[in-house]
Design a protein around this ligand. Structure first.
Ligand SMILES: [Zn+2]
Length: 57
């Protein structure tokens, strides 16, 4: 398991990083940020679509 803070390799199942002491459980960093980014893009696209539709009608 890689540490999200210092990227040190830790044994599977350990709760804290052996190098920097950062918690390793419930780590959902990049995936969570990625889905938020996609949602933001979809939301922005919907707003643009709505503005275009309003301009047409
Ligand atoms: Zn670490």
């Amino acid at each position: 398991m890689k540490c999200p803070e210092c990227r040190a390799n830790n044994k599977e199942g350990v709760k804290y990083c052996k190098r920097c002491g950062a918690p390793l459980f419930e780590y959902t960093g990049p995936d969570w940020k990625w889905s938020v980014k996609i949602l933001g893009i979809i939301y922005a696209a919907l707003i643009v679509l709505f503005i275009i539709l309003k301009a047409v009608i």
